[in-house]
Write a protein that binds this ligand. Structure first.
Ligand SMILES: Cc1cc2nc3c(=O)[nH]c(=O)nc-3n(C[C@H](O)[C@H](O)[C@H](O)COP(=O)(O)O)c2cc1C
Length: 280
């Protein structure tokens, strides 16, 4: 088994030297350093009691002011799962792997309960602004992350699915999400049928700052990362090549620039306002 230090070195490049930790911590760190998203699963479903335990573990994660503004919807009705994921697998930009997802969870932000508490306690809700949405969205993301860690520790494979927000109204209708409850991301869960790839990350010199934010050496670091990644994990296809042509050298920054040259979910803000949030 490779050491945590060597796994981190492989992902981030050369600036991650750190002392090895104790045995128990080591296995958690090892798991995090080795992890990768899984998009190919065995067909068998994960038992409900396992999913519920993982949900409980995920909901042990920190939550803003103990407000607990996040919920998880377990979608175990196969036709409902197909209605949610089917459309996302279709078309030229469709994600085919979604058709065979054996277990689907939807992580939601929930600011509705808080508003209900104000009605029950007869207190004014004086925080009807961006924070109401933001805190619930962050809470849902934290719970998602905790679920990922707990599930991967159990030997399961997972992959988040932001594509469920492509059609937020349709997904909300299918799951009967009321106002002030919104989907943040889906999570595919199952027994892995592939060894996950450990995708490389930007070096810590770019993403970890000391005392003050800094962009010193950013452009050079991105170029070096592009090169490092292209050598070790080249993209198998070039995104939108009909529009942008075939590049001789195709790294991470070219892929991400091409991806976001197209609008994605530009109507999400409108949906969030539609379900009652003020975003001022
Ligand atoms: C909020 C969120 C949404 C994501 N949505 C998708 C998605 O719709 N489809 C997909 O294939 N991967 C999705 N991913 C997985 C990322 O593509 C993946 O985490 C990233 O490429 C890094 O790879 P790794 O998780 O294997 O390290 C999502 C990840 C996150 C955190």
């Amino acid at each position: 088994m490779p050491s945590v230090t060597s796994l981190l070195h492989e992902r981030f490049g050369s600036d991650t030297d750190s002392p090895e930790s104790g045995e128990c911590v080591q296995s958690v760190h090892q798991q995090l350093a080795r992890r990768g998203s899984v998009r190919k699963f065995r067909p068998d479903a994960v038992p409900d009691r396992t999913l519920r335990r993982l949900c409980a573990l995920a909901l042990c994660a920190p939550t803003k002011s103990d407000l607990q503004q996040r919920d998880i919807v377990i979608v175990d009705e196969p036709s409902l799962r197909a209605q949610i994921l089917g459309p996302l697998a279709e078309g030229p930009l469709g994600q085919r792997w979604l058709v065979d997802v054996p277990n689907l969870l939807i992580f939601c932000g929930n600011n509705r309960r808080q508003r209900r508490i104000h009605a029950l306690r007869d207190r004014p809700f004086a925080n009807d602004h961006l924070d109401a949405f933001f805190n619930a969205a962050v809470d849902a993301g934290i719970a998602l992350s905790a679920f990922v860690i707990a599930a991967e520790a159990d030997g399961l494979g997972v992959c988040p699915i932001s594509a469920i927000r492509n059609e937020p109204i349709a997904v909300s209708r299918l799951l009967r999400l009321p106002d002030h409850v919104f989907p943040v991301a889906g999570l595919a869960v199952g027994y892995p049928a592939e060894e996950p790839k450990r995708s490389m990350r930007l070096p810590l010199s770019v993403t970890v700052h000391r005392n003050a934010y800094s962009e010193t050496g950013l452009d050079e670091a991105i170029s070096a990362y592009d090169l490092r990644r292209e050598m070790a994990q080249p993209y198998s296809t070039q995104r939108s090549w009909k529009e942008f042509g075939m590049a001789k050298s195709y790294g991470w920054s070219e892929d991400k620039a091409r991806q976001y040259a197209r609008a994605e979910r530009a109507d999400f803000g409108q949906f969030v306002r539609q379900i009652g949030f003020k975003l001022d």
